[in-house]
Design a protein around this ligand. Structure first.
Ligand code: CP3
Length: 364
């Protein structure tokens, strides 16, 4: 089965399990990577963060960012690396002061609230303000084992806008929702700027060697269907339309859209031009496949909280996820959201081994 019949046949097929699964090609077992696979749950990560001083300094140090990108691959049999960075480096590169407060998450002391605030934003040149990310990608590519794919990423314009307007993490999103209904022109003007910034940023990541791209739309799910389409999906679709779709080796660069909490909007997401849809655990993979058919690959979707359970229960839940698609192609195993900072790394090991064993046996 070939899920992406849009992939032109003149382009070579990738070899790696991850890229093959993204394109719906035959694989011998299901590939696996985890959102937040590098992070505080790893003691070796906490060591390097201490060396860097704080989280943002770690992101801005290409050598150290490369080191933590590779850490989970040295421990676990993962099928892809994800660039170590953060989605909020874009607003920072556009001129917004950003702090990560220990235990409290991100904070923008001067959030955006009205049209005039947009005058403070500069359109970032990725080679300039975000040069440290591109340097990290170059270093990671040099250090990654041959054939190991590197995933680049960005926040979606909508998700970035929630932080830029709310000033940090939010529970109710009342400020951005007020603006959405009272001043949609302002919100759209901000989203337009983010579309341009993210498109340039991701194309620069592709030029520097990432082989797949994920759009993190963590907060798409707070929107109703019409608002999701207009304020979250549309900007992502415009980005996707502007991305280079083949690397220097001619292999297609798959685009993954992860809109958390959006299992009800799958057909809308599929219309974005993406190759892969990331699912959280509230939507069954087989139901998604029935809705979408084989043209789009699926990524996910184990509840990260399963990793708090016993090893036996973790293996059982991994089996349940894998058996929902059986031997069908076009599945990348992942969690439905990131690894929690207090997770026991041995549980992650159990999960990854289970994916290898069970999916290999399912296809034998
Ligand atoms: O997945 C990976 O391993 C790659 C690295 C990565 C990070 N953040 C590292 C990080 C990626 C892809 C992100 C994306 C990101 N960042 C998202 C989208 C995905 C999601 O989790 O929903 C969002 C919303 C952010 C914004 C952000 N960054 C928040 C809200 C926080 C604080 C929450 C927390 O866990 O502390 C961060 C900090 C952050 N980003 C950390 C890491 C490893 C923790 C920083 C630390 O204390 O070392």
């Amino acid at each position: 089965m070939h899920a992406n019949n849009t992939a032109p046949s003149i382009h070579p097929e990738p070899q790696s399990l991850f890229l093959r699964a993204c394109l719906g090609l035959e694989v011998r077992r299901t590939p696996v990577w985890l959102m937040r696979q590098a992070g505080r749950y790893l003691p070796e990560y906490r060591e390097v963060r201490k060396l860097a001083g704080d989280f943002l300094s770690l992101c801005k140090n290409p050598e150290l960012a490369a080191r933590v990108t590779l850490q989970p691959l040295q421990r676990f049999e993962l099928d892809a690396a994800i660039l170590f960075s953060d989605i909020l480096v874009i607003p920072e590169a556009m001129g917004m002061e950003l702090h990560f407060l220990e235990g409290e998450g991100p904070h923008f002391p001067k959030p955006l609230r009205r049209m005039a605030d947009l005058d403070r934003l500069v359109p970032p040149d990725p080679r300039n303000q975000l040069g440290y990310v591109l340097a990290a990608i170059r270093t990671i590519r040099q250090q990654l084992p041959a054939g190991m794919p590197l995933i680049g990423f960005s926040g979606s314009p909508w998700t970035l806008a929630t932080y830029m307007i709310e000033g940090g993490s939010s529970k109710k999103f009342s400020l951005i929702k007020t603006l959405l209904y009272n001043d949609p022109e302002f919100l759209e003007a901000l989203l337009d700027r983010l579309v341009v910034a993210v498109t340039h940023y991701l194309n620069a990541q592709i030029d520097h060697g990432v082989q797949a791209v994920q759009l993190f739309d963590t907060w798409g799910g707070i929107l109703g269907p019409d608002e999701y389409k207009r304020f979250s999906l549309e900007p992502m679709a415009r980005i996707i339309a502007g991305l280079k779709r083949h690397g220097s080796d001619g292999v297609r660069i798959p685009i993954i859209v992860f809109s958390k909490g959006c299992g009800g909007y799958l057909e809308t997401i599929a219309s974005s031009g993406c190759d892969v849809i990331g699912l959280d655990w509230t939507m069954a993979l087989d139901q998604a496949r029935r809705q979408l058919g084989p043209r789009i690959a699926l990524q996910g979707n184990l509840d990260p909280a399963v990793l708090y359970a016993t090893p036996e229960r973790i293996r059982l839940e991994v089996r349940r996820v894998l058996e929902t698609l059986g031997r069908q192609n076009g599945h990348i195993f992942n969690l439905g959201h990131g690894v929690e900072p207090n997770m026991d790394p041995d549980k992650v090991q159990t999960l990854i081994q289970a994916v290898h064993e069970i999916s290999g046996a399912l296809r034998a």
